[in-house]
Design a protein. Structure first.
Length: 363
């Protein structure tokens, strides 16, 4: 088991190009932490800094209470699984998984026991004598994970390990990683992905990175239900949260907001009398909209429908009442709505309020 502590960690290239700054994270032993964020936010760079493959410019990294800034990668007790499988093509699955232990001069019996244990976990026992070219993409990635497992590290690092797989294999391998974590509850894992489904289903906690730092840290449902900013609110969830500009016209435990086009939103986010007249953005997730009988939060004309069977997506024409075209995600099948005017409302408990990009919940 291993705790990790990152204190005021930063990364600069060439002394002028700042990639990351003021990263403070406490990762508890046994957690599966997922780093997410837009392309170029530094999530893979941060992972490589933890691995020792990138030098930390400022701040400190501790693993199990030991300062490891200058400790070589091989001595940090870390194993990394990359986006590419990086298997030796001339070696069998067994030899690929055993190679690191052979270099470490482990006994044959110890190596064989470790390989068999990892192969059983990953359901690779029938493939131990095959070459990588005889395996599917998902099986090759499992071999790469198995190669990490046999080393029995303190910390596992995964750098977008499923991005090279097709959709079906990605789902299957994601489930296998979740099951693997269940079999090794004491092991700490850090996982980088751009896929929200992977983040939401795998993570103990999610770290959202943006603007060279940490935007928010929390459990998947905390980030979904109580995002601290418009950025996190729109980054977590698909389709992204709708934002409608408005003005506070009623304060108290339940806030009333007037919206363009005559709509009114009620929110259970509390406000003070001084907030009267405050300009806010009202955030409503597409799946939290319901069709209203009377005037509600938003009224618009449906420009496009996407019938997915279990849900129907309604895309509304851009009319200036929202910062971006509104999307509603309704359960079930809804026919004949394209080109019609639809009224939408939402439960006040599901209506978020943001001022200057920050949630009013966190003031």
């Amino acid at each position: 088991m291993a705790d990790l502590k990152l204190k005021d960690v930063g990364k600069t290239y060439g002394g002028t190009v700042e990639v990351l700054k003021h990263i403070d994270l406490d990762i508890t032993a046994g957690e599966l932490i997922v780093f997410v964020g837009p392309s170029g936010c530094g999530k893979s760079t941060l992972l490589r800094m933890i691995a020792g493959l990138e030098k930390i410019t400022t701040g400190t990294l501790e693993i199990d209470g030991q300062l490891v800034n200058d400790v070589p990668p091989a001595q940090r007790g870390i194993a990394m699984v990359f986006q590419s499988y990086a298997l030796y093509p001339h070696m069998t699955v067994r030899d690929n998984m055993a190679f690191a232990l052979q270099i470490a001069k482990k006994s044959k019996d110890e190596i064989e026991a470790s390989v068999q244990r990892a192969a059983k976990m990953l359901q690779l026992e029938p493939y131990l004598d095959r070459l990588p070219k005889a395996l599917s993409g998902g099986q090759r990635q499992r071999v790469a994970i198995g190669r990490a497992i046999v080393r029995d590290p303190k910390v596992y690092l995964f750098d977008e390990p499923l991005s090279n797989l097709d959709a079906a294999l990605r789902v299957a391998t994601r489930i296998e990683i979740a099951q693997l974590k269940e079999q090794m509850p004491e092991r700490t894992m850090i996982y980088v992905t751009h896929d929200q489904v992977e983040a939401m289903t795998l993570a103990s906690r999610i770290v959202v990175l943006a603007n060279k730092g940490v935007a928010q840290v929390g459990t998947p449902l905390e980030l979904y239900e109580t995002p601290n900013s418009e950025f996190v609110a729109q980054f977590i969830g698909s389709p992204a949260m709708n934002l409608l500009p408005g003005e506070v016209i009623g304060t108290g435990p339940r806030t009333t907001v007037r919206l363009p086009g005559g709509g009114t939103a009620l929110s259970d986010v509390a406000t003070e009398p001084d907030d009267m007249g405050l300009k806010v953005n009202v955030g409503i997730r597409p799946e939290d909209f319901v069709i209203a009988e009377d005037a509600g939060v938003y009224t618009g004309t449906v420009a496009l429908t996407e019938a997915l069977g279990e849900v129907t997506l309604l895309h509304f024409e851009g009319d200036g009442a929202a910062l971006e075209p509104v999307i509603a995600k309704l359960p079930g099948i809804h026919r004949g709505l394209r080109g019609t005017e639809v009224r939408l409302t939402a439960d006040p408990a599901k209506v978020h309020l943001f001022a200057e990009g920050q949630s009013l919940l966190y003031r």
